[in-house]
Ligand binder design. Sequence first.
Ligand code: GDP
Length: 359
Amino acid sequence: MRKKKNISALQEKEGVNENSHLNKKFIFKKNKDFSTDQFVKEILKGNTVFLSKAITFIESNNKIFFEKGQQILQKLLPHTGKSIRIGVTGVPGVGKSTFIESLGQYYTSFGHKVAVLAIDPSSSISKGSILGDKTRMEKLSKNPLAYIRPTASGNALGGVARKTRESVLLCEAAGFNKIIIETVGVGQSETLVHSMTDFFLLLKLAGAGDELQGIKRGIMEMADLIVINKAEADNIHAAKLAQKAFQTALHYFPPKESGWTPKVLLASALNNIGIDKISSAIDEYTALTKKNNFFDKKRKKQEEYWFYETIENELKKRFYQNPEIKKQTQKLLEEIFSNRISAFEAADILLQKAFSNEK
Ligand code: GDP
């Protein structure tokens, strides 16, 4: 029988023997050949190989990689912000990929640089992915003026949101001036995308007069533009009816702080129809909100939101991970359940304990 000591030595050796290209330290050594400044220089030149690598750093759970990513981002910050960030949402099958490919190709035909990122709530809820599984945006992915980043994965949507937000900044530093962030209408993902974009676009399909059913009020409120997709051939009549129904519904919402009146437009993403009008609407929105300063104000508000959001998440995490708090929580819960103390009093006790400990 092996002695315990031998087993632990063996385990250490296994670590050393790991296949070199799987060994994270080894990978880092290779990347160490490139300093943070080299990354910065290459990304500013628009080098997407370096951009991808830097995004991988940002997404990494490995502390060394992550910190390198943060250093790169820090240095690139002065070069960020010069883009229009467009959020695109809609149910699976509505035509998001097709639409983004069409809009992306339209933009690049005018020499714009387009980056496409995605927040996929399904990857954090289940193992599957609604957005990532299919072959997507074939033309755009081969377009030299476009950059498509596969969906960031992660356990918590909040974490994925941070990674996406930081990826947006890196893409901007690399010269991408049209950033499209895609998401599926599930859970909180739309709110997250809305909180990191300038313009929010909702894709819909025409139904048999039931357009407004099942649509979350919050999403309607967020939308700067609703696009009825697949508006072609036999579908055109239904699409026009849907357009009217949405336009009427939008009238019932209070005016937007942006001063912008949300529009409802028709498109056939598959046939590149209506894309020019959509692009013009985005331009009009940008011009209006830059003129009335809402554009800037909204971005500042978003920065503020992420600032507080990050602090709150971190505070919560640290609080609940504290071993003493964990122990006390358990005790207090038992007291609550046996009606010896109220939930509010228990919470008070715990919070007071935590803060007096910190002094
Ligand atoms: P996503 O799940 O929202 O990303 O939707 P996809 O872009 O993958 O599109 C779903 C299906 O609808 C695909 O078969 C597309 O070819 C099709 N589709 C997308 N846009 C249009 C359109 O404008 N007209 C028609 N007829 N089909 C479309």
